[in-house]
Design a protein around this ligand. Sequence first.
Ligand code: GDP
Length: 430
Amino acid sequence: MANVVVVGAQWGDEGKGKIVDWLSERADVIARFQGGHNAGHTLVVDGEVYKLSLLPSGIVRGGKLSVIGNGVVLDPWHLVKEIAQLRGQGVTITPETLMIAENTPLILPIHGELDRAREEQTSVARIGTTGRGIGPAYEDKVGRRAIRVADLADPATLEARVDRALVHHDALRRGLGLEPVDRDALIAALQEVAPTVLEYAAPVWKVLDEKRRAGRRILFEGAQGSLLDIDFGTYPFVTSSNVIAGQAATGTGMGPGAIDFVLGIVKAYTTRVGEGPFPAELKDADGQRLGERGREFGTVTGRKRRCGWFDAVLVRQTCATSGVNGIALTKLDVLDGFETLKICTGYDLDGERIDYLPTAADAQARCVPVYEEMPGWSQSTEGARSWNDLPAEAIKYVRRVEELIRCPVALLSTSPEREDTILVTDPFED
Ligand code: GDP
């Protein structure tokens, strides 16, 4: 039996939803370990479409335990909404099927206000946050002034925690020209939502330890991508949490030894939403074509994603920082019909060839991609379910990717449909 961590190995939108769904069918427990209600998965199960942004994908499948780990920041009002919406679609959600770590920090309405007020300031470059308060909630966690799930159980503790947070927030808000926080209204709102959150509160670390000892299969569901990691991403154009696989341990309370297989989700080309460095970005017809064929538009905003050829430098790097054992290569079908394909194999930095993305922002900006060309294929790979369905050039492309990133392909995805997947290695059985 193995426990599997799924992480995005690029800048997010790698197609984690389909792969997580595919794996969650085989898992007993599905746990989220970072991020907030910005995960944005769409799952289609038996023709029914479910939209999840906070709850783990396993929630729509009967007989599984879904877990929100302490590495997540939780918007309790969003939780109530998402539960109600799923119940409306016939999903059963009980304290036996959903558990929330008691030490999970909460996202408050003041966090969203802060996010938006800061993004409106034009004096600094925008980070491009989703405005949902996720970043400010993580700041409060590290600043030791967060309100955590367990604090909701005792009115006196809750008031003391709110007062502690507001000393900081009111000072900050004055500087941003915002009104002071209405303390009593905030406490009342938290008390109103408390019973729902507390119903699912549990010592998640303990439950997971017991599940592991009982030989249950745990799937750790990552959100976003490794290049958005707070430490190893393209800082400051990153998210506010660790995204890489090690976070699955600290974000749920399991030891690193509990992780048996790290599956990196990798798109067969590269995309990025919003601001920040992107050395292999294409601003030409090929980039346009990748975006159109891959439907690279934000699901919520409709904003066009920036596109480029496959950047093996970046994926080799994220495979290393997450300790990826195998990748799921997605959207191979998007490359159908290109006469020639390019892969970025290194960067030229001031006349010197380098094989990693440097940390300094100015050096990142000066990195010029070095490409290798490969012949494309004219046949369709869409819906391929075995290697025999793939043209020889497509297989060569996949093999070259494996070689360059120093990591084997475990799964290959050839369409949005769950069954259109080529299985090389089952991460749970490896
Ligand atoms: P996430 O942010 O990593 O979870 O990415 P999503 O799960 O939102 O996936 C992005 C989009 O790619 C979704 O619309 C998927 O249906 C689609 N998708 C996933 N895998 C494939 C694939 O192999 N081929 C194609 N053409 N689309 C895919």
